[in-house]
Design a protein around this ligand. Sequence first.
Ligand SMILES: Cc1cc2nc3c(=O)[nH]c(=O)nc-3n(C[C@H](O)[C@H](O)[C@H](O)COP(=O)(O)O)c2cc1C
Length: 363
Amino acid sequence: MTVWTLAYRALVRPVLFRRDAEDAHLWAMARLASARSSLDMVEALLGPPDDSLSVSVAGLRFRSPIGLAAGLDKHGEAPHAWPALGFGFYELGTITPRPQAGNPRPRVFRLVDDAALINRFGFNSLGAASVAAHLRGQSRRAGVPQGINVGKNRDTPPEAAAADHRAVIDLLGPFADYFVVNVSSPNTAGLRALQSPERIEALVRDAVDAARGVPVFVKLAPDWDTPEDLDATARAVVNGGAAGLIVSNTTLSREGVESSPQAGETGGLSGRPLKDRALAALVRVRAAIGPSIPMIGVGGIESAEDAWARLEAGASLVQVYTALVYQGPGLAHALNAGLAARCAREGLTSIADLTRRWGSQTA
Ligand SMILES: Cc1cc2nc3c(=O)[nH]c(=O)nc-3n(C[C@H](O)[C@H](O)[C@H](O)COP(=O)(O)O)c2cc1C
């Protein structure tokens, strides 16, 4: 554990965790949004990720395979913060075409003993036009791609989902290094039904067409009736022309947290209890689609060893969310340092030596 993580856990987290989880999130986001000069200082102090962590995926260069998962910066309020904190990429959103409030509060809960969260935000979004206003004039960082995660509005019927995706893609195209079609949130009624092979293939085709050459990823759930259903959906995503898959979103399962007082809350579970399920889904998808299509592994990653295991199992890149809440803003730097040290221990000159077989190459 680094000194930053220790300081966060001893000094900052106890104060934050006394607040409602969403209030704490809003407070932290407001600090990050307004803290440009302190973030510049932090970045200067900690330095960039080691050169050995540079990878190239879907035609983009990433200075580290450690990314920020969707849902933390939903409205593009602090895009300058993520490179400064050591991330190699970050995903804004989920963004819907029209603004919507999401579910009533409270809608996010901490399961502290399990290092987990349950959330049922339900795509609270300021809408694509507001996000475009936040991002206009922003200077983007070379080697730190900015992803835009796209979802349909709650009151849009499933058969019109493609038009919603297209509306966001059209408006936010100038700001996207890659897009993500999110059909795997458990908090919008009927959304996951769009993952059926027939529907997803058509949706992907449409999004790829709208994105005009910007790579499109599709984010999948970890919950499937049968493993064969997951295989069929993953293959349909590839057939639709996606650049890659993100595995996975939060789970509806409560396996491993049954005794938590919060386990009965409706919503998607993330963090440590999701780790094995998300890894198993990644392995399954890798076997189904073969080695050439890139995947981003996400779900329960909280250490460099977890990240390494995901890269070994079929991911070219990984993302974190819940571990950031529990370990604080030094997490990406700690994961970068751990991955670089592991590369050195394994005698690899580059992390790309590990991920190259998954359709990526050294930058
Ligand atoms: C509070 C919260 C909000 C989230 N919102 C989104 C979202 O808007 N879109 C999305 O694709 N995933 C969202 N996610 C899912 C994360 O991106 C990630 O897939 C999931 O949490 C598993 O990673 P983790 O265990 O590192 O948190 C959210 C997760 C959390 C905890």
